[in-house]
Design a protein around this ligand. Structure first.
Ligand SMILES: NC(=O)c1ccc[n+]([C@@H]2O[C@H](COP(=O)([O-])OP(=O)(O)OC[C@H]3O[C@@H](n4cnc5c(N)ncnc54)[C@H](OP(=O)(O)O)[C@@H]3O)[C@@H](O)[C@H]2O)c1
Length: 477
């Protein structure tokens, strides 16, 4: 693959036999990721290899993909496998890890990549695992983030459906808010360039799934066994994660830009659980404990005060939009039944494994009927260019439309890896643990938009639905 401006580091990486290695390729998600990489990256000259712990399964995967010459590498993560794993990942420039639950088998792959000088991306979505890698943490306090920085290796978890739509969607909204405000100021100045202050914005995100077996209808049928057991596994790390969050409370308060006056701070205080029926979306909004808020806030903290082309985020709220109260009740009932079975020991576990056998995921026949719309509402207040004593409210609604969640994950993580491969020397950071938005957002967003323009239907597309700039009455306070 072509290398941009060559540093010694990038040319040493370029001499490796593979550009892209997919570890955990034999699982449900790993297979989708491998298929996308073979069909869309390998055909464009990217040297792809797959890896996992089971040679026979890898050969089976190669047959399914119809790629008899696809290199298959074997390495375990358990026990004393670190040398074996390191020598496998050393053969690639970028590694995508799809082996989960990440809380159990993610860290050995990350450490092997750091030791071998291979950039690491994964499809994790467990906040406790992201925190362990250093997301949302001060680099000096996190051993993995520090080691990655010293080794010049990028560690970028959560590059799948968790949390790229939320991360890049927020970036998209913040850019649009600033851009629409700038256009408004320019129009008021009769077309002349006007000095425009940076806006402070609040963003709300509503994830909605379409389709009979979708989460928004209260169904868990569209959830893969890997995601399912990962969610159960991550429950056992909740206490540790909550303690970590409490320890970072001061950092989060600082993020809220407490120096802002109430006139500058947009008001977006909705109840956590609410009925949403305006602004073009309808349903019950459930606060959703995914990795998205942690990732979004971490990205914004990385850019705090730096990027003039986008508004600065002061608050972020994240919801799952349910179709009805009945759908909400169904989801709660399913979730409670699963938790109860998981607590019943081996009998309960075997019932769950019968329901979601290893490798299960929504079948190919069902996937085209599932899609998702992730809505973003951004709002900011700025000085009215026509009268400095008054303010204008800038409001933007945009949506990230994706194909089925697991297929979208495959597109997003492989496109992220391609973004690293094509732009390694242009990325803002050379090593350390970063969110996808911080590591490559400014390049990945236009790359995905360009891709959307070439495929029908587009697997992932960010669109503006509405943008309004309106004067507001001066405060009487
Ligand atoms: N957040 C997102 O957007 C998103 C989307 C999709 C998936 N995921 C995550 O991706 C992970 C995989 O999901 P899935 O549905 O693909 O699960 P899956 O079908 O059960 O596949 C799991 C994969 O991990 C491998 N594996 C498991 N334990 C391992 C270990 N100790 N050492 C090495 N390899 C190991 C398995 O290898 P064998 O085949 O040899 O058993 C298999 O390749 C889950 O954690 C899931 O939550 C996240």
């Amino acid at each position: 693959m072509e290398e941009s401006a060559g540093t010694a580091e990038s040319s040493s990486r370029a001499s490796r036999p593979y550009d892209l290695l997919i570890y955990g390729a034999t699982g449900f998600t790993g297979e989708l990721v491998s298929r996308y990489a073979v069909e869309h990256a390998r055909t464009a000259g990217v040297r792809v290899a797959v890896a996992g712990r089971n040679h026979h399964k890898l050969e089976g995967l190669r047959d399914k993909l119809g790629a008899a010459d696809l290199p298959c590498l074997v390495a375990r993560t358990e026990g004393d496998a670190s040398t074996e794993l390191e020598s496998v990942v050393r053969q690639a420039r970028v590694v995508i890890n799809c082996a989960g639950p990440f809380a159990l088998c993610g860290e050995p792959v990350v450490r092997a990549c750091i030791a071998a000088g291979a950039d690491y991306l994964d499809v994790s979505g467990e906040p406790s695992y992201l925190a362990r890698l250093g997301i949302g943490d001060d680099v000096e306090r996190n051993e993995i983030a520090r080691a990655a920085r010293e080794a010049g290796v990028l560690v970028v978890p959560a590059c799948g459906y968790d949390s790229v739509p939320a991360d890049l969607g927020t970036l998209f909204v913040l850019q649009l808010l600033q851009q629409r405000y700038r256009e408004h100021c320019r129009a008021k100045a009769g077309g002349a360039a006007a000095a425009v202050a940076r806006l402070f914005a609040s963003v709300e995100c509503y994830m909605h799934f379409e389709g009979g077996v979708s989460l928004s209808r209260g169904s868990l049928e569209g959830v893969s066994s890997g995601t399912f057991f990962t969610l159960l596994e991550s429950m056992s790390h909740q206490r540790e994660y909550q303690a970590w969050k409490r320890g970072r409370a001061a950092q989060r308060r600082e993020m809220a830009s407490s120096s802002l006056s109430s006139a500058e701070r947009p008001d977006r205080s909705r109840p956590r659980l609410h009925w949403e029926h305006s602004r073009g979306i309808h349903g019950v909004a459930l606060p959703f404990a995914s990795s998205d808020p942690l990732v979004v806030l971490t990205t914004r903290n990385t850019f705090k005060g730096e990027a003039e082309a986008q508004a600065e985020l002061t608050s972020y709220a994240h919801y799952l939009l349910m179709d009805s109260v009945g759908a909400c009740a169904r989801l709660v009932y399913h979730a409670l039944s699963v938790v109860a079975l998981a607590r019943l020991g081996s009998w309960g576990r075997s019932r769950l494994e019968r329901w979601k056998p290893s490798g299960y995921g929504p079948p190919e026949s069902v996937r085209p009927s599932i899609s998702s719309d992730v809505h973003f509402f951004g709002e900011a207040l700025g000085a009215d260019p026509a009268d400095n004593t008054r303010q204008v409210r800038v409001h933007v609604h945009c949506v990230c439309k994706t194909c089925e969640m697991y297929e979208a994950t495959a597109v997003l993580v492989v496109e992220s890896a391609l973004c690293v491969l094509r732009n390694r020397d242009r990325l803002p950071y050379t090593g350390g643990t970063y969110t996808c938005g911080a590591a490559m957002g400014a390049l990945l967003l236009p790359q995905l938009q360009e891709l959307a323009g070439t495929r029908s239907p587009a697997p992932v597309r960010f669109e503006q639905v509405e943008a309004v700039v309106e004067p507001i009455e001066p405060s009487t306070e």
